[in-house]
Design a protein around this ligand. Structure first.
Ligand code: BG6
Ligand code: MG
Length: 220
């Protein structure tokens, strides 16, 4: 029986994914690296340092910089990202999400956040929806990032549920892989090619309807 929903944040509840990708793209350009659209998409869901490592690898620069230099690049990117976060308001909640959260609440479902972002609490506060969630996984407590299942297993445990009692939502291929490795039901939001392993797929958050998703979950 369905008891809880687990959400990624960036690209699922709000459009902050585009701020992350824009800030990474700018940093990559400064380093002389031109990222393709697919390479940029591949950064979705990855932790800050995993994203930087992948960009350097894509640019053939994986051994060029010291750890201290890499920390500096990541801090610069984060500063730019936070400038964008400061502009966020409840209007930046993606279409369909307020209705989804309200339907879940009305049904007594518990909800958790499984975001790799250390900025998640700040973003949730800016959006005014911090109080909607019963649990938020602290990404600093994880030993591995997505696509490892750890973050989704932790979210499910914080809610006190089993893998087959939750539905998890993602916009990233690495995130869908993490959900499936955690043996949970995965809802993918975005490209059918990128998110081909999801159990249920929608093009945008506006297409998320709890009753329909739950019907697909119950059939599984
Ligand atoms: C994820 C984003 O939610 O958080 C990634 O999809 C980002 O793009 C990651 O790199 C880490 O975020 P932060 O805010 O800790 O740098
Ligand atoms: Mg995401």
């Amino acid at each position: 029986m369905l008891k809880g929903l687990i959400f990624d944040l960036d690209g699922v509840l709000t459009n902050s994914a585009k701020f992350h990708l824009g800030a990474w793209n700018n940093l990559a350009k400064e380093l002389g690296i031109d990222l393709t659209a697919d390479q940029l998409d591949g950064l979705r869901g990855l932790s800050r340092m995993d994203s930087l490592e992948l960009i350097l690898k894509d640019g053939g620069q994986e051994t060029k910089y010291s750890e201290a230099e890499k920390e500096k690049f990541a801090a610069e990117k984060n500063e730019k990202f936070l400038e964008q976060v400061e502009t966020m308001t409840p209007d930046d909640i993606l279409p369909g999400i307020p209705e989804l959260l309200a339907d879940a609440k009305a049904q007594g479902l518990k909800m958790a956040i499984a975001s790799a972002s250390k900025n998640a609490p700040k973003i949730l506060n800016k959006l005014g929806i911090m109080g909607e969630f019963d649990a938020i996984v602290d990404p600093a407590s994880l030993s591995k990032g997505k696509p490892d299942p750890e973050i989704y297993v932790k979210a499910q445990e914080l809610l006190g549920f089993e893998a087959d009692e939750v539905i998890s939502f993602e916009d990233a291929a690495a995130g869908v892989a993490a959900i499936k490795a955690a043996k949970q039901f995965a809802v993918g939001i975005g490209s059918a090619t990128l998110l081909k392993d999801a159990d249920y797929l929608v093009a945008t958050t506006a297409d998320l309807k709890l009753a329909e998703i739950e019907a697909a979950f119950n059939k599984k």
